[in-house]
Design a protein around this ligand. Structure first.
Ligand SMILES: [Zn+2]
Length: 652
């Protein structure tokens, strides 16, 4: 692709055909050049089985293209029409609530069972019909499969899904039920199974064995991946345009596994004004998954809403910055949800570019500003990208483990927030990649691994040790390498391999953070601690910091061991920003105030994007002269940046 794509979700099937020309006029006026179409329109596309009616969508794609607007076409499998469930009543998902299992009725969306063979055949058929009709259309720049796939409410509890789960476990444990009982600790409370046939999925919100829940979610993950991948295979028969599926912000359903067989990482997010910084974590993650630009397929304009508005108002300036940030960090597309507010139905309270009467809302002027800025900065942005020598790990398996076996109350079911607030957010003035543990490590000089309970997966243990020997610095812990992939603790030592690698003996491993426990670097610098306390004795390592409290006195809080050309630094607790950056020991991109996000871009063009992300005044200090692309002038020294302002600075 040779440009950036800005636009929205567009639902022409819900409006009179005569509205299309009016809508397109406004899209053009605001510089939009991409619409996402068709994600929920199955009943319109195939009102009766085998009777395909794609004329409207061909007409819309033609019309948009004639006006310089591209289309991301969607498969509609998220919302099968009623005739599908008349044909296959058992294709409806079985839900589990309050220990009662019952078959859902058609009332909103995401109600199919993803194991149902007949249903999946119908998904593939409609996907193929769409691709046959539009796959080679020059206006189609990509495909989205389904919408926000996820094991909603823990997935489907129908007999077929249960049986598939048992088969999945039987294969995984090679038919050995005793091995499963041991791996899950099922003998406690006499919960052990005599055969795989006895295994039932976990009851939602009951006090379940975390191993059972993690395994059930991983089973659902594999099921959902195969469900998406088979639609991708069907589309590929008739189109060369890139294919993806729009996932939500967490990594609960593995972005890495899902995207391995897809072409483009697609992502939906709805951050608020007080947590915009957390969106940066996602962008630093998505650009690493395929080492190419990702797509923001949904974000908001103004406010969220279902049948009522909620989550606060976001101003035009916020919307501008919220849309520029992904591009600064590596996206090539930013689409809003949605172009025009629904006048009725489930989401009539949601903000949009236009209100239901077709009049632009105030944040729409932020879109106009964005498209003007992108036109000015296009050369710089297309000829540079964010590259990083520092990475932090973010494993999907670890997210699942902490979701169901958090160990520390502070995880409180928002695991991602802890990764961000106690690590990623420290690096606002650095380029940092967020990586799955199966990622190639060779490009990095420093890798930070907090909260990675299972570090032995995907061959990560072997690869990280080799990488250290070749010169890498691994800053590891806390709560890393402490559990198997199904959430059982290790029993010979607190870690599977970290203790030996780091040359320490872990004397205490406390899950409680007591305010009386503090630590200091050897030179006296205080360290603020969080998220548990592992206290070390040295075996073959040096101490960088020790605990201060009476019970832990003289025990090491941070230890370092040199290995080959590199080193490993183990943390007994999560530490504050100043302490982390001291260990990282690299210069930031620039000196800047805390509310500024900095991205260094390099390639044919080199420079820096500085963006204010907290809605208040800030500054940067340039160490040489740059060209300010948006204001057409040379700049140097200290520069003030106002609330939600961005500067694009090109090296001269
Ligand atoms: Zn099912």
């Amino acid at each position: 692709m040779k440009k950036f794509y800005i636009g929205a979700a567009y639902y022409p099937e819900l409006w009179d055909k005569s509205e299309i020309d009016k809508d397109i006029k406004l899209m053009k006026e605001y510089g939009m050049n991409c619409m996402r179409v068709g994600e929920f329109a199955w009943s319109n596309m195939e009102p009766k089985e085998g009777e395909y009616n794609l004329e409207l969508f061909k007409y819309v794609v033609d019309k948009l293209y004639e006006n310089g607007i591209y289309t991301v076409m969607c498969t509609p499998s998220c919302t099968p029409p009623r005739w599908v469930f008349e044909k296959y009543p058992d294709a409806m998902r079985v839900k589990s609530k309050d220990y009662i299992e019952y078959q859902e009725k058609v009332h909103a969306r995401v109600h199919p069972c993803k194991s149902h063979k007949g249903m999946r055949e119908l998904n593939v058929k409609i996907a193929k019909e769409l691709a046959k009709a539009l796959g080679n259309h020059p206006g189609i720049i990509g495909w989205q499969i389904d919408n926000e796939v996820h094991p909603y409410d823990h997935g489907c509890y129908c007999e077929k899904c249960k049986q598939n789960f048992r088969e999945h476990l039987k294969n995984k444990y090679k038919g050995d039920i005793i091995a499963l009982n041991k791996a899950w600790g099922a003998y406690r409370w006499s919960l052990d199974y005599n055969s795989f046939d006895q295994i039932e999925p976990p009851v939602l919100y009951a006090w379940e064995n975390p191993s059972l829940v993690v395994e059930w979610v991983e089973f659902n993950e594999a099921l959902i991946c195969s469900y998406v991948h088979e639609q991708a295979d069907a589309l590929r028969e008739y189109t060369n345009a890139p294919i993806g599926t729009d996932l939500m912000v967490d990594n609960y359903l593995s972005y890495s596994k899902m995207n391995k067989k897809l072409d483009v990482v697609q992502h939906n997010h709805y951050h608020t004004t007080d947590n915009l910084y957390r969106s940066l974590f996602n962008y630093d993650f998505y650009r690493t998954l395929k080492d190419k630009p990702f797509w923001v397929t949904e974000t908001l304009l103004g406010w969220n809403g279902s049948v009522a508005a909620y989550n606060g108002y976001r101003s035009k300036d916020y919307c501008y910055v919220n849309s520029l940030l992904p591009i600064a960090h590596g996206a090539e597309m930013n689409l809003y949800w949605l172009f025009r507010s629904h006048p009725n139905g489930h989401e009539l309270g949601h903000g949009a570019f236009l209100n239901s009467s077709g009049r632009p809302n105030p944040p729409s002027s932020g879109v106009k500003k964005l498209t003007e800025v992108l036109t000015k900065a296009e050369d710089f942005l297309l000829n540079s990208k964010a590259k990083s020598k520092i990475a932090m790990t973010y494993s999907s398996n670890s997210v699942k483990i902490f979701f169901f076996a958090p160990l520390i109350a502070e995880f409180d079911h928002d695991v991602r927030a802890k990764y961000i607030d106690l690590c990623h957010n420290y690096f606002r003035h650095y380029n940092i990649d967020v990586i799955e543990t199966d990622k190639d490590l060779s490009e990095y000089e420093i890798i930070v691994s907090p909260f990675l309970p299972n570090a032995a997966r995907d061959g990560f243990e072997t690869r990280i040790v080799e990488w250290i020997k070749n010169g890498g610095t691994w800053i590891v812990g806390p709560l890393t390498d402490i559990m198997t992939e199904c959430a059982s603790k290790y029993t010979e030592k607190p870690y599977s391999f970290l203790e030996d690698l780091c040359g320490v003996y872990t004397k205490y491993q406390l899950p409680i953070q007591d305010e009386k426990i503090s630590a200091k670097f050897n030179d006296g610098q205080e360290i603020k601690l969080a998220m548990g306390t592992d206290a070390f004795e040295l075996v073959d390592a040096e101490s960088l910091a020790t605990y201060e409290s009476e019970e832990l006195e003289n025990l090491t809080a941070i230890a370092r061991r040199k290995i080959g050309k590199g080193q490993v630094i183990i943390l007994g607790s999560a530490i504050d920003q100043k302490s982390m950056l001291r260990l990282v020991n690299r210069k930031p991109i620039l000196e800047a105030s805390d509310n500024i996000d900095l991205v260094e871009r390099s390639g044919k063009e080199n420079g820096i994007i500085a963006t204010e992300i907290e809605g208040k005044d800030g500054y940067i200090v340039l160490d040489k002269e740059y060209y300010d692309v948006l204001n057409d002038k040379k700049v140097s020294g200290r520069i003030d940046i106002s609330a939600y302002e961005a500067l694009i600075l090109k090296e001269i």
